[in-house]
Design a protein. Structure first.
Length: 259
């Protein structure tokens, strides 16, 4: 039981914040091992603990003001809460189920907003400061995305791509994209037959090319405006479609999403 309580008090807050930060789109360039995750969790635990203790001690202060005690008999609200000013006090209070529930609920809420704050503002500020030093040292600046995969495919925009490997090619609108560190990267494409026919008739400009030097995968990303223009010309030329499916499959503003 002591191990469970220690996990709740000292580990879960940091892990929750780390989870939120990753979910909000700030990922490391490589998978973290257990030691690194533990160290990051401890660092993130500190601000969460500070906020929780401030809130708790304010409630404890209020519980000692007899004038604001509720007239109705609710023992949890009318009890005199003990102040926390040391880890020993925190350990003693961990024996109370009410305090554990309060701590868990507060941790979930605070970790969410802390992760949001870090991912939206803190991370960008840190990158700006790092890049300032890197530029002064004549080193190329870092991008906001930690991996090439994220910067190429996890943007909030519709993409028409050509996937190539071992001489085989498939073209379609990208609708599902895996996250950067998934072991098996599976992609979802829409209107494959339609876009294959469009690219046969029209030479659409390629905007970016992703090359996986390890697996030999090449993914061409077509310029969106040119792809839409080619599609319009194709639909005008073949209003009924070359096949039964072609006339109904058109590019949309559906954003690719990670799964």
């Amino acid at each position: 039981m002591k191990q469970v309580i220690s996990l709740i008090l000292f580990t879960i807050p940091g892990l929750l914040t780390y989870f939120w930060i990753n979910l909000f789109g700030v990922n490391s360039s490589a998978k973290r091992n257990n030691t690194e995750v533990t160290a990051i969790s401890i660092l993130l635990w500190i601000p969460i603990l500070c906020v929780v203790l401030v809130i708790y001690n304010l409630l404890a202060l209020a519980s000692h003001w007899k004038k604001i005690h509720p007239s109705f008999n609710v023992s949890v609200l009318k009890r005199n809460w003990k102040y926390i000013d040391s880890l020993e006090d925190l350990t003693v209070l961990s024996g109370s189920i009410w305090f554990i529930l309060f701590y868990l609920l507060s941790t979930i809420i605070i970790s969410f907003f802390l992760g949001k704050l870090i991912s939206k503002y803190g991370y960008k500020k840190m990158i700006d400061q790092v890049n300032e030093i890197r530029i002064n040292n004549n080193v190329a600046p870092l991008g906001l995305h930690s991996t090439v995969w994220d910067s190429m495919f996890l943007g909030n925009d519709a993409q028409v791509i050509e996937y190539k490997k071992d001489g085989e090619s498939i073209i379609g609108q990208l609708i599902k994209v895996p996250r950067a560190h998934e072991e098996k990267k599976a992609m979802g494409l829409k209107a494959v037959e339609h876009w294959g026919k469009v690219m046969e008739y029209y030479d659409v400009e390629i905007e970016f090319t992703y090359v996986d030097t390890e697996s030999g995968i090449i993914i061409n990303i077509y310029k969106k405006e040119k792809a839409i223009e080619a599609q319009s010309l194709f639909n005008e030329r073949f209003p009924n479609g070359i096949t039964d499916d072609c006339s109904t499959s058109v590019i949309t503003d559906d954003h690719s999403s990670s799964v």
